[in-house]
Design a protein. Structure first.
Lengths: 318, 114
């Protein structure tokens, strides 16, 4: 029992042990008691937890460790623990106030609204998302069709007029709005579209509606004298060559009449061979171009051969 | 008196130690025995409690260690300082006032019940 008591005394802080351990052991030797063991344990806790640690003045005067004190003792451990707990609570409260503005915690996972903060933000670059937002995916700006269509849609005014969003695809909305789009091409206001108003030009300034930007043939002034029969034949060829113009000109008179303009949506829908509601390159491009595009796509992706829209049946020329 | 007030009130262990040292200089074990005698065996100090209080009393200069030849070299003797005596006197005065007040309250309560 004495050994145990001496061991407990050795566990005391050095300053206390060196000062009083010998006297305490002398008392134990004089009147040994089991109760002294419990008293030593209590003393052990008391000295380590609730009593400041004494240190020499020279040590106290020198900065060392994590902090410096001007006193001749370092704070007791219980005070350090209390300080740590208080610091943690203060820091937690500070973070709570800074991140939540002092309001109760809100779990906003999946919410489109921004989380309230301490600093009021009057404007934000983050737009709240709406679940029913329409996402427009722009068409790829490269490929054989787009290289061709960028010029082709300029030459064929009807195509350029129908393709209001300039993606070289006639969408369902553009098909539905075709009458209004076609009427805007009627420059002379006669209610119908001539071949020239559809894009047929045989020379700059040849006829009303011909914009002269598709190249020309003839003399140095771009003028060639064509006979009336030649012109009518050229117009007929022009109107039958493009599938869109051919579909719109249902009576094959080389003009798109007011009635044909009115019935344009139904005529255009007949070109939708794959039934996706819109007109793609293989459905509105010239046959030679379509054939080349299909050959390129087949060579590039042979496994997807069956997925490509089948070539449209060409309308018979007049 | 103002200096004494900052030490008050004394805890029971401190009060008993100061009372034990008020009569004569004592070593630790003798203090424990004297405390037991003063309290008629009802209050017993362990060595840990005794020297924890003595450590604080030494730091506060209420008690001082004295050199005194004895039979056991491990024993150290402690003496009450003038400051310690004044603090003890102030504590006794405080306790007397408290006891007087308590008695007064008890008499008033008895008179009220009668």
């Amino acid at each position: 029992m004495r050994i145990l008591y001496a061991f407990l005394l050795r566990l005391h802080p050095r300053a206390f042990r060196e000062r009083f351990a010998e006297e305490m052991l002398a008392i134990f030797d004089e009147a040994p008691s089991v109760g002294f063991l419990g008293d030593a344990v209590l003393s052990l806790v008391r000295q380590w937890m609730f009593r400041p640690k004494q240190q020499p003045d020279a040590v106290a005067a020198q900065p060392s460790g994590m902090f410096q004190t001007l006193d001749t003792y370092t704070p007791r451990r219980s005070a350090l623990i209390q300080g740590a707990v208080l610091s943690a609570c203060f820091f937690w409260a500070l973070v709570l106030a800074a991140t939540n503005g002092g309001r109760p915690l809100q779990f906003l996972i999946g919410s489109p609204d921004p989380r309230p903060g301490l600093l009021s933000v009057t404007r934000s670059s983050i737009e709240p998302a709406t679940p029913d937002a329409t996402v427009r995916v722009p068409a790829p700006a490269a490929g054989p069709w787009f290289d061709f269509a960028s010029r082709y849609f300029k030459i064929i005014y009807v195509l350029g007029g129908l393709d209001t969003d300039h993606d070289y695809v006639i969408s369902a909305a553009e098909i539905a709005a075709a009458p209004a789009a076609l009427r805007q091409l009627d420059l002379d206001g006669d209610g119908k579209l001539t071949a020239e108003e559809c894009g047929h030009c045989l020379g700059a300034g040849y006829a009303p509606g011909c914009r002269g930007d598709n190249g020309s043939a003839g003399d140095e002034h771009g003028h060639i004298e064509w006979s009336r029969e030649q012109l009518e034949r050229f117009r007929a060829i022009f109107m039958s060559y493009n599938p869109v113009l051919a579909a719109l000109d249902t009576d094959h008179d080389a003009e798109i009449s007011a009635t044909e303009i009115q019935n344009a949506p139904a005529a255009l829908k007949r070109l939708d061979l794959n039934g996706d509601g819109r007109l793609l390159s293989v459905e509105i491009g010239p046959e030679s171009v379509v054939r080349q595009i299909l050959m390129d796509s087949t060579a590039a992706a042979p496994k997807q051969k069956g997925n490509s829209p089948r070539p449209r049946p060409r309308t018979a020329g007049r | 008196m103002r200096d004494h007030a900052k030490f008050l009130p004394l805890n029971p262990a401190t009060l008993h130690i100061l009372l034990a040292l008020a009569g004569e200089d004592l070593h630790g074990y003798a203090i424990m025995q004297q405390v037991s005698i003063q309290s008629e065996g009802r209050y017993k100090l362990g060595p840990g409690t005794l020297y924890d209080n003595l450590q604080r009393l030494l730091q506060q200069s209420l008690v001082q260690e004295i050199s005194r030849a004895g039979s056991d070299a491990r024993r150290r003797y402690y003496r009450l300082t003038a400051l310690g005596r004044g603090v003890l006197a102030a504590e006794i005065t405080r306790l007397e006032g408290m006891i007087r007040e308590a008695k007064l309250h008890l008499q008033t309560t008895r008179a009220g019940k009668a």
